[in-house]
Design a protein around this ligand. Structure first.
Ligand SMILES: CC(C)(COP(=O)(O)OP(=O)(O)OC[C@H]1O[C@@H](n2cnc3c(N)ncnc32)[C@H](O)[C@@H]1OP(=O)(O)O)[C@@H](O)C(=O)NCCC(=O)NCCS
Length: 161
């Protein structure tokens, strides 16, 4: 397994990152389109949001968009994470999640994220990294889809497989 290198996202990365989101179950179910998703990422960068990418072999393999106090205006929030479909299962997601946690550790609050009810693979991925389901928000972003709130306590170890 190759360890990816991490760096801040640049505007030139946004198109490729948008494709990663759209070519996923989440992208399909929410109907995201690459052009509009790329515009969302560009606007986020322009407004000073924190986005970073993971590179393997000089190529962007995945990215994350985080907000250090985005959960309840107090706790670190993982807003979006996606890995190139062809490169999943190689540790890129784990590296991005670890970067989210290390960049926001000093906030001193539990790490939070929302994951769609249908996205069982992502829920299992987060659970393996110590996130626990603490609640469900029915019809939160889209009618008929619930968002699961998952939280990792400061100091909780990743669960064994
Ligand atoms: C969730 C996601 C970010 C994880 O990224 P990743 O690079 O595959 O993550 P990792 O390689 O670190 O871990 C994936 C796990 O699934 C296993 N796996 C094996 N083959 C896999 C494959 N083809 N695809 C995904 N996971 C696979 C890995 O072994 C690993 O298991 P482990 O945690 O026990 O080690 C990625 O699957 C993704 O982009 N999904 C689509 C977008 C999405 O759902 N984002 C989350 C929205 S809340």
């Amino acid at each position: 397994m190759m360890t990816p290198s991490l760096r801040d996202m640049a505007e030139g990365d946004t198109a490729a990152c948008a494709v990663m989101v759209c070519a996923s179950l989440v992208g399909e179910r929410y109907g995201f389109k690459p052009d509009s998703m790329a515009a969302v990422l560009r606007n986020a960068l322009a407004s000073g949001s924190e986005l970073f990418v993971a590179e393997t072999d000089g190529r962007v393999a995945g990215f994350a968009w985080i907000d250090p106090r985005g959960a309840f205006s107090s706790a670190p929030y993982l807003r979006l994470i996606a890995v190139d479909e062809a490169l999943r299962g190689a540790g890129t997601g784990a590296a991005l999640l670890a970067e989210f946690e290390s960049r926001t550790a000093a906030v001193g609050r539990d790490w939070c994220l929302l994951v769609s009810d249908f996205n069982e693979a992502a829920q299992a991925f987060y659970a393996r990294h110590g996130y626990v389901k603490v609640g469900v928000l029915p019809d939160f972003a889209r009618e008929g889809i619930a968002e699961v709130l998952m939280v990792k306590k400061h100091g909780r170890q990743a669960l064994a497989n």
